[in-house]
Design a protein around this ligand. Structure first.
Ligand code: ARG
Length: 366
């Protein structure tokens, strides 16, 4: 703890020298850790730590704007009901009527006295996956475990569409998890439509506007903030080339290819590729039409290269995980494909704790 705290305080003062010489602050932090086993970040340290955690997210292509992340400091909140209420506010502020703003809300940290709260859902907005008697799944197969857990906790289930928003499952400090319905006005969604065809409306396709990761731990200077939901904006391929396309998600490539009259009897007709393009055109078109912020993979790749240049000009090398940075379609048509990256992990960072991954699958002890 002492060592991690010291490294962080030095990093903060090095990048933001206006806060003055670190010696006095370091002495205070060391004394606080000796007395209590932990220490409290100043609001400035917290905001800096959260922004640098984004900067250090090796899998994220969207880091150009890391320094403009908005930070809601809610460290005084640790009970489930308040967490749920503030998450709804987070979504409203982040959704911003369509002009999506990168935002993080930071709730109480883990301390030796007691754990911070936890959100079990991997994102604030997730679609239910209902398993029917025969094993067929309605909705997002990724969330079947969480859907069953929500029902064990008292959720009655939604209307039964493929896009029913799950309740938040929140565990307050030292409490059992409880489920909370998100208010409708907190959940901004975009109905999908293809620019030249009607299948997306006929199939009732939609997706939510704000991707808010809620099961990762924010680690700053040895302190764990296990409940710190954060969001950027979507890149179209996340929805069009993964969520709606992956065989273990909505698996729409084959039905779409058939609908488009493509020859699905042989891979060599490239029906998957052609269906992917149309699906992704529908996603980008629909978000544009709805006035909701969304990046495309070509633009976001260019921005990432700008980020690399800017950071290098400031004397910082950008680490990255090639397999996550490279978009899931048209990879070599984007400039991020044609180079390698160092993948060293730096702190502060967002990290996956194994128990949080288990909870997000709905496999906890409740
Ligand atoms: N890929 C995830 C999803 O499709 C979201 C991950 C975060 N994405 C982002 N653009 N900040 O829901």
């Amino acid at each position: 703890m002492h060592r991690l705290a010291e490294d962080f305080i030095r990093l903060h003062r090095h990048e933001q020298p206006a806060h003055g010489d670190p010696a006095a602050r370091l002495a205070a932090v060391h004394a606080e850790i000796d007395a209590t086993g932990t220490y409290r970040h100043t609001p400035g340290e917290l905001a800096f730590g959260a922004r640098v955690a984004w900067r250090n997210s090796n899998r994220c292509i969207g880091r150009l704007y890391w320094n403009s992340l908005r930070v809601r400091d809610l460290r005084h909140i640790s009970d489930a009901e308040s967490v749920a209420r503030e998450c709804a506010d987070h979504l409203r502020e982040a959704g911003n009527g369509g002009r999506v703003r990168p935002l993080i809300t930071i709730f109480a940290p883990d301390t030796p006295a007691r754990p911070g709260p936890r959100i079990w859902n991997e994102q604030l907005i997730r679609y239910a996956g209902y398993t029917a008697a025969g094993g067929d799944i309605v909705g997002d197969p990724r969330n079947t475990g969480l859907t069953e857990l929500a029902m064990r906790l008292g959720w009655r289930g939604g209307p039964g569409t493929a896009f029913d928003v799950l309740p938040l499952i929140v565990q307050g400090s030292d409490e059992k998890p409880r489920q909370y319905q998100l208010p409708d006005d907190a959940v901004l969604e975009v109905p999908l439509a293809h620019p030249e065809d009607t299948w997306a409306q006929e199939w009732g396709l939609r997706w939510h506007a704000v991707p808010a990761i809620s099961h990762m731990c924010l680690e700053i200077g040895g302190i764990c903030y296990p409940c710190a939901p954060f969001n950027g904006w979507y890149m179209g391929t996340e929805i069009g080339a993964r969520n709606l396309a992956d065989a273990d998600r909505y698996n729409l490539l084959e039905p779409l290819a058939r609908r488009l009259g493509l020859d699905t009897s042989t891979d060599r007709s490239l029906w998957k590729d052609r269906a992917l393009v149309e699906l992704n055109r529908a996603v980008l078109h629909s978000f544009d039409r709805a006035g909701v912020t969304m990046a495309d993979h070509h633009t976001e790749s260019e921005r990432f290269l700008t980020h690399l240049e800017r950071e290098e000009a400031r004397g910082r090398e950008v680490a990255a995980d090639w397999s996550w940075i490279v978009p899931p379609m048209s990879s070599a048509a984007t400039p991020v494909f044609h180079r390698t990256y160092d993948n060293t992990e730096l702190t502060p960072l967002f990290t996956h704790h194994e128990d949080a991954l288990v909870r997000a699958r709905g496999e906890g002890p409740y």
